[in-house]
Design a protein around this ligand. Structure first.
Ligand code: NIG
Ligand code: FE
Length: 401
């Protein structure tokens, strides 16, 4: 059953560039791309369906490779406090911040968490996101991390999206382990992670390497366990201070190190050598009114892949539009629209280890694509929010949302 998608232009995003094909056509067979090229070169064949895309620009489905979409409550009151001058670190030290979302998440039932997360993830889907990574990390004990990870699996069962789950049990210290962070890390390594992995709930492991969370030595302990379980690694690193977490992540062949405002030249070199993707999170940078920029030029000079993501979370980035993050990537970080589009397609696919199947439009890859009613791909980055007219195709089927 082959479908012909015609009358379009295609930004394939191969090699991290638009790699445009104008006056293009695409043939899908089941869930995959069977053929892609100019309409002129379309081979004669029989199609079960022909879809006219009316001159749209087609891009790969967007990939949001770093989110905390599942959580109880929200932190709008904390936002007000921060605007009055209280810092993120001060709020965390006084029992607010991540700890307050942990309390709300523990209190919420699986059904409640699913319902609230679906509302948020649907916003991203409507914005053109067909693949999303979602982290746990607001449960911080076996039962509640499991509850979050089960909700992530249910999101995958409910929405027409590819969903990757990441265990972020090492996000913050739970109250039960006050002043015993080493013991909590041991508990994750010896009990929680092996069990959650055995239940098929974990696709990758992440941690928050920061002075107000876990040290590089503690993160390394976790990485060793992840490695022994054959689980890919990611890391929140260098968001608020320079601890060398990104170099550590590179040493362990991490898929990505994320945030990175405080990273050093040595960290950049280590990531370049390891092929670890730099995931930049302009929403958190903006929302925390950060002034220290990630070293964009150095990352580019050393050829590190740069992905962009929403970091959707209640504390530092309540972002419901990946396109808005792309705009921020260009305005705040000076990435070109082409680089930001590569950051949410091909580079984001690498950040999830999905580069063989996702992130670019080419023969054999999954047929996830967006047909945008625009004149040029830069428009995807140009408009600030809103509902940009588009058709969303996931696994070869147009979806209505
Ligand atoms: O990616 N940096 C740590 N984790 C989240 C924030 C989580 C929160 O404040 O709830 C982040 O910014
Ligand atoms: Fe995050």
């Amino acid at each position: 059953m082959k479908k012909l998608w015609k009358n379009c232009h295609i930004a394939t995003m191969q090699n991290g560039q638009y790699s445009s094909i104008e006056h293009a056509a695409m043939v899908t067979s089941g869930q995959h791309i069977h053929w892609i090229g100019t309409f002129e070169d379309l081979p004669a064949d029989a199609y079960s369906e022909t879809i006219d895309l009316n001159g749209a620009w087609v891009t790969p489905g967007l990939i949001d490779c770093h989110t905390h979409s599942v959580f109880g409550g929200n932190r709008s009151v904390e936002f007000e406090k921060r605007l009055q001058g209280v810092s993120y670190a001060e709020i965390a030290a006084s029992g607010g911040g991540i700890a307050s979302t942990v309390r709300a998440t523990r209190e919420a039932s699986e059904q409640e968490l699913l319902a609230s997360a679906l509302k948020r993830v649907r916003c991203l889907l409507k914005d053109g996101v067909t693949t999303i990574e979602i982290k746990s990390g607001y449960g911080l004990d076996y039962a509640n991390e499991r509850k979050m990870l089960r909700v992530i699996r249910q999101i995958a069962d409910t929405l027409p999206m590819t969903v990757r789950s990441t265990c972020l049990a090492a996000h913050a210290l739970p109250p039960e382990y006050k002043d015993q962070s080493d013991a909590y890390i041991e508990h994750i390594c010896n009990e929680m992670l092996p069990k959650l992995h055995q239940e098929g709930l974990v696709d990758a492991v992440d941690a928050f390497c920061e002075y107000l969370a876990f040290s590089p030595a503690q993160v390394e302990r976790l990485f060793k366990t992840a490695q022994s379980l054959n689980l890919p690694i990611k890391l929140h690193a260098e968001q608020l201070s320079a601890l060398g977490g990104s170099s550590l992540a590179a040493r362990y062949q991490a898929l990505s190190a994320d945030h990175l405002e405080f990273m050093t030249e040595d960290d950049v070199k280590a990531m370049a050598a390891a092929g670890t993707v730099a995931v930049l999170l302009p929403g958190a940078f903006y929302f925390l009114r950060e002034t220290k920029y990630p070293p964009l030029q150095s990352l580019q000079q050393h050829g590190v892949r740069i992905a962009l993501s929403s970091d959707l979370n209640p504390g530092t980035s309540p972002a419901l539009s990946l396109r808005l993050m792309m705009n921020m990537g260009s305005t705040l970080f000076r990435l070109t629209p082409e680089q930001t589009l590569a950051g949410v397609t091909t580079h984001a696919a690498h950040a999830l280890g999905l580069q063989e199947t996702h992130g670019t439009l080419e023969t054999g890859k999954v047929a996830d694509f967006i047909a945008w009613e625009i004149e040029h791909p830069s428009e995807i980055v140009y408009w600030l929010g809103g509902d940009l007219p588009k058709r969303i195709i996931q696994h070869g089927n147009e979806i209505s949302i």
